[in-house]
Design a protein around this ligand. Structure first.
Ligand code: FMN
Length: 248
């Protein structure tokens, strides 16, 4: 199994979402000894925004006219069996670097043509340009800052349900993301991450996660009192907590 782990956090290797994604990947690798993993930090890549020119649909059939690091990333996508998109939740949606990557993948789907009734079914209105894309598995891994994930991921789920169909991708959404980067909680975090490793094993065995597992993975690491004390101290005490530091 070839796994492409795309890290869409501007916090690079310090990303909390990445911590979770890497735990999930550890689980995959422990279950599938032939698994190969390639990690790409999108923040280090030159990814131009989609020009919206539709040359890839009308002129160059499947080829984007922009030459940048997306050439290399698209090739990695085509060579992978599992694509993991790891990203923080920003304003209840995708952060711009990950969104720029996604927009630049439009050349992988065929042009939109109006067919009566398609809109009513709510299904995605594009065929895949390369049939092998349908065999690939997509996993979303994301941390958000709030105490719980309740309602936070509605827009993301709605978006990917439209693109892939609800049953065709895997969701790993984690609350209290900032706390995963808090040094005081190092041991707690290590214990918390075990369930994501287990999820990686389940993913190899079943090719997906059950709804039950997806729900369990959203259980917060800290109880309310500890979380509120920690997050408030982070804002109020200089030098305390993970926020207020630029991650290079
Ligand atoms: C611009 C911006 C917007 C954010 N929007 C949300 C949000 O809508 N909901 C939320 O729960 N957290 C939000 N957060 C917090 C991040 O999701 C959180 O800090 C996350 O753990 C960062 O993950 P990372 O370390 O993988 O980058 C936002 C943070 C930033 C910087």
């Amino acid at each position: 199994m070839k796994i492409l782990l795309l890290n869409g956090s501007m916090r690079g290797n310090s990303s909390s979402s990445l911590k979770v994604a890497e735990a999930f990947v550890r689980g995959i690798v422990s279950e599938d000894k032939n698994a190969e993993v390639i990690k790409v930090n999108l923040r280090d890549k030159n990814i131009e925004h989609c020009y919206g020119c539709f040359c890839c649909w009308k002129i160059n059939k499947g080829q984007c006219i922009i030459r940048d690091d997306m050439d290399e990333i698209r090739k990695l996508v085509l060579e992978s069996d599992v694509i993991i998109e790891s990203f923080p939740l920003y304003f209840f949606g995708l952060p711009s670097k990950m969104k720029a990557f996604m927009d630049r993948m439009i050349n992988f789907v065929s042009e939109y043509r109006a067919v009566n009734g398609d809109e009513a079914t709510g299904r995605f209105l594009h065929d895949m340009r390369y049939p092998e894309l349908l065999k690939k598995k997509l996993v979303l891994v994301s941390a958000c800052g709030y105490e719980e994930t309740v309602d936070c991921y509605d827009s993301v789920i709605n978006q990917f349900d439209k693109i892939c169909g609800h049953d065709n991708y895997t969701r790993i959404f984690v609350p209290q993301g900032g706390m995963l980067a808090e040094e005081t909680f190092e041991n707690k975090v290590a214990r918390y991450l075990v369930k994501f490793e287990e999820a990686g094993k389940e993913f190899v065995r079943n090719g997906k996660l059950s709804e039950e597992t997806e729900t369990k993975l959203q259980i917060p690491m800290l109880g309310h009192n500890t979380f509120s004390r920690a997050i408030n101290m982070n804002w109020d005490e200089p030098g305390v907590g993970p926020y207020g530091k630029v991650v290079k």
